[in-house]
Ligand binder design. Structure first.
Ligand code: SF4
Length: 868
């Protein structure tokens, strides 16, 4: 492959594109965000001159968004990190020049392996690893498992993804665009970065043209809301209150629910005693009362013909009721009128949309698809938003899912779909717990890859209650391991750790910029003895590195399958797609090196090749015939070739897939709508297992004299409670909720150096300002474009901003576009532009939700800027 050169050099050299020496189109895959759209790269004489969508990709069908098209500007960005760097200034801090010195790869690996070798010999747990993109996690995790370090996923996702994993067994969801007739969307699917940006808008447009009614619930009138039949501006953090009131309408006012679905597909019929626990048989199986037999059977008995979901029963001398009956009774206190006060949505609207949703679900209807008769439930709730990332957000999201479950609109035509519930080979990607219910380690485990890491940390920590001496240990026994929890505990309880993290190894991650409370994170990172970062850009986190290794741009690298199956896939097709280099490495450089090659080399220098190869082979699921040899150092290309041959079998290898870019085939109907045709574990509508977890945590907290309310949400049925910020906000008190929203032309904090995308940003009148409701602004005598100061009521930080007035935001809310406010030199175009919400936030255990997410919610005062 010809070496790349700068575009301007190419033109200056007088090259004639009409008579190129080389003129090729290469299929590859975008990684401007997680959507992994297929693309075609046009290379002329070694220079990437154009990118366009691959029409053969079943995901994006030829479409690319601005970020995908703008990748050219990142490849040829003069601010890229292209060589290994060594810090020469021992002082670290925001704005402190690291005084980088260019070193060779060999020198960089020498320094890293010496530092890590020492840590490994003393206590491997003292190395923290923070993950990069999903496609790199197999090699990172292989190294982490070989070394014995702590690992944190790069992306904590949101509470929605966590709850989906817990309720459906899959992390992501979409709805059936082809059959749904009535959709209530919470959030902005398709409108924000990462949110299915190319496929969702076109599929949504088709559905709307077909007649699907769309209602969007969001504090901001987003792109989705602007195309909807109705936009319901809601007070932030109150989605759960709305959902419970709607559930109350369906179950207790209009009596619309899918009895058959609840009986067979949920734990609604499980009998519950006066303590809230399942009534079990001698084998500890939960019992179900069968109305036709007049007696109870174990939940999995084939003798159950007509499971009771309502009423009360006496089984073996014990009074008990079905879980669904308890749910109905429990939610009767969540009245529409109360929800209206909480959410600011009129009571008659709540009642109307609940009833419309219920009627549109057409309970009892069926549809014939490919000769098979399936239930049709063409109405559902789409809980797709980060606005459930509040304290108590787990229950808010569960409440939304409960609406789908009671209507029978889950994994059947017309309803909500758990992505890739059935794998390409027909395997059901779902495990029941012993009680027969969908269960993926409550409340959350992020992925199968993170399981081992969690286990390792828990080995380290005293797990028995008698040994739980510190809040950190108590939390760790109840909450999943996430970087926010970890950092929060380090921050709040520095003396409670059974070990002191000494070093950090991070991959393409800017957690200093993206994490909650960046000020505290910086202080924690500064205390580490050694920080090595694999990065392609001199971002804020890199400013605290001791050694930096350059990683390739995604169009200079291999990944297979590039579309990880835990992420977005199409509902209609299975496809495997190859990301391949479309240009060579930057001119005059040794690298950059693929992440697989980097970890292979570090493992080799630490004498861990054997372990690394074993773990890497397991993580990418290589079949026996393609197993990695124990002591061989493999390149990324060799591993990719083995993955292709192992996954796709005879006739496929790296060379063949380089030409076609992907393999795809239509999904059979039982893979598209598995709950309609396959036997799957039951969906949870009653969370009995939370009761025991709460009791355990409560006793630990009591002994530790820690805040007992941290265990409050471990209950079996949903409630809505305000997050800590909720009560602080009032227009009269000049205290606003702040929400962060995503712009579709940026991806997190990674794209603010891209000239094309920054040009779009500057042409958008709202992107860099603070979105403020016009009437609320007028009540404070603030005019459009006025310079203002935001004062955080959480940490007292004051930031300068510009007010942009609009009718398209809830009156009590300010909107900040995510991920601006860069301060590192790697973003000369984005530096000092916009406002960083993260600087206004503070971390603390009081904001910890039961899935390990920290509440990023913040209230601010709006002040006229002094001297402006
Ligand atoms: S949606 Fe994401 S993957 Fe697709 S073109 Fe845009 S940035 Fe690339």
């Amino acid at each position: 492959m010809a070496a790349a050169t700068k575009i301007e050099d190419f033109w200056k050299a007088g090259a004639n594109p009409s008579q190129p020496v080389e003129d090729v189109w290469i299929p590859s895959v975008c990684r401007g965000c997680q959507n992994t759209c297929g693309l075609l790269a046009h290379r002329v004489n070694g220079v990437l001159v154009r990118i366009q969508g691959n029409p053969d990709s079943p995901h994006n069908r030829g479409a690319l968004c601005s970020r995908g098209l703008g990748a050219i500007m990142q490849i040829y960005d003069p601010n890229r990190i292209k060589v290994p760097l060594l810090r020469t200034n021992p002082e670290k801090g925001k704005g402190v020049d690291p005084q980088w010195k260019q070193i060779s790869f060999d020198e960089a690996f020498q320094i890293i392996s010496e530092k890590l070798g020492k840590i490994r010999s003393e206590n491997p747990r003292e190395l923290m690893m923070v993950g990069g993109e999903a496609q790199n996690q197999a090699s990172m995790k292989a190294f982490q498992d070989s070394f014995g370090a702590h690992y944190f996923p790069a992306n904590f996702y949101g509470t929605v993804q966590n709850v989906m994993l817990m309720t459906t067994g899959r992390q992501h969801l979409e709805f059936d665009y082809d059959h749904c007739n009535y959709l209530i969307m919470f959030g902005n699917k398709g409108g924000g970065s990462n949110n299915d940006t190319t496929k969702a808008p076109s599929k949504m447009a088709d559905a709307r043209a077909r007649g699907m009614k769309l209602i969007v619930v969001d504090p901001i009138c987003s792109q989705s809301a602007s195309k909807a039949d109705e936009w319901l501006p809601i007070r932030p953090g109150t989605d759960g209150a709305l959902a419970l009131a709607m559930l109350n309408v369906l179950l207790n006012e209009v009596n619309i629910y899918d009895r058959e679905f609840i009986k067979v597909q949920t734990n609604g019929p499980y009998l519950v005693d006066g303590e809230g626990l399942y009534v079990r048989d001698d084998a500890l199986k939960p019992l179900i009362y069968d109305l036709s037999a007049g007696r109870a059977f174990p939940f999995d008995s084939p003798e159950i013909k007509d499971a009771a979901i309502e009423g009360s029963y006496n089984v073996n001398g014990m009074d008990c009721v079905p879980a669904f009956q308890l749910l109905k009774e429990h939610i009767s206190k969540h009245t529409v009128e109360k929800a209206s006060e909480i959410t600011t949505i009129p009571a008659k609207t709540i009642r109307r949309i609940a009833e419309e949703l219920g009627r549109a679900a057409q309970i009892g209807a069926t549809i014939e698809i490919n000769g098979k008769t399936l239930p049709l439930r063409p109405a559902c709730i789409f809980p797709y938003t980060r606005n459930m990332v509040h304290k108590h957000g787990v229950w808010s999201t569960i409440s939304l899912q409960l609406l789908n479950f009671v209507l029978g609109a889950s994994d059947v035509p017309g309803g909500i779909m758990a992505v890739n519930l059935v794998g390409p080979d027909g395997t059901i990607n779902l495990n029941p717990n012993p009680d027969g219910i969908v269960f993926r380690g409550a409340p959350l485990r992020f992925s199968s890859l993170s399981k081992k890491a969690t286990a390792k940390l828990q080995e380290e920590l005293p797990q028995s209650e008698a040994k739980q001496q510190t809040p950190f240990e108590a939390f760790k026994s109840s909450f999943p391991e996430t970087l926010p929890v970890f950092l929060s505990m380090m921050h709040s309880h520095p003396d409670s750790f059974p070990f002191k993290p000494k070093a950090l190894l991070a991959v393409t991650n800017n957690f200093v910029m993206q994490g909650i409370d960046s000020t505290s994170i910086i202080e924690l990172v500064k205390k580490l003895e050694f920080v090595a970062i694999l990065a392609d850009r001199n971002n804020e986190t890199v400013q605290f590195a001791d050694v930096v290794l350059p990683v390739p741009h995604y169009l200079e690298t291999y990944n297979f399958p590039a579309n990880v199956f835990s992420g977005w896939v199409t509902h209609d097709d299975v496809y495997y797609t190859l990301r391949q280099p479309v240009v060579g490495p930057p001119e005059g450089t040794e690298g950059p090196m693929h992440v697989v090659d980097v970890f292979g080399e570090i493992s080799h220098r630490l004498g861990l090749t054997r372990e690394f190869n074993r773990n890497l082979g397991a993580n990418v699921a290589l079949k026996d015939a393609y197993r990695l040899e124990p002591d061989k150092k493999y390149s990324a290309a060799e591993v990719t070739d083995l993955q292709i041959r192992s996954d796709l079998g005879a006739g496929y290898d790296l060379e063949s897939l380089k030409r076609t870019g992907l393999v795809s085939w239509p999904r059979p109907v039982e893979q598209k709508f598995p709950r309609a045709l396959l036997k799957l574990p039951r969906l949870p509508i009653y969370y009995e297992h939370f009761i025991g977890m709460g009791q355990k945590l409560r006793s630990s907290l009591e002994r530790l004299k820690a805040d007992p309310h941290l265990a409050d949400d471990f209950q079996a049925l949903p409630d809505w409670n305000p997050c800590p910020t909720f009560a602080k906000c009032s227009i009269e008190g000049n205290a606003f909720h702040v929400v962060s929203y995503k712009l579709p032309f940026h991806t997190n904090s990674s794209t603010q150096g891209n000239p094309w995308l920054m040009e779009i940003t500057e042409r958008n009148p709202y992107a860099l300002g603070i979105l403020m409701n016009r009437k609320s602004a007028m009540s404070l005598n603030i005019v459009d474009g006025q310079k203002i100061t935001l004062e955080s009521l959480s940490n007292g930080v004051k930031l300068d901003a510009v007010a942009k007035l609009s009718e398209r935001i809830h009156p009590e809310v300010l909107g900040i576009a995510a991920s601006f406010g860069h301060w590192s030199p790697g973003y000369p175009l984005g530096k000092g532009i916009g406002t960083s919400l993260n600087e206004l936030q503070s971390m603390g255990a009081e904001g910890l939700d039961i899935n390990g997410m920290l509440d990023p919610c913040v209230a601010v005062k709006v002040l006229p800027r002094e001297g402006a």
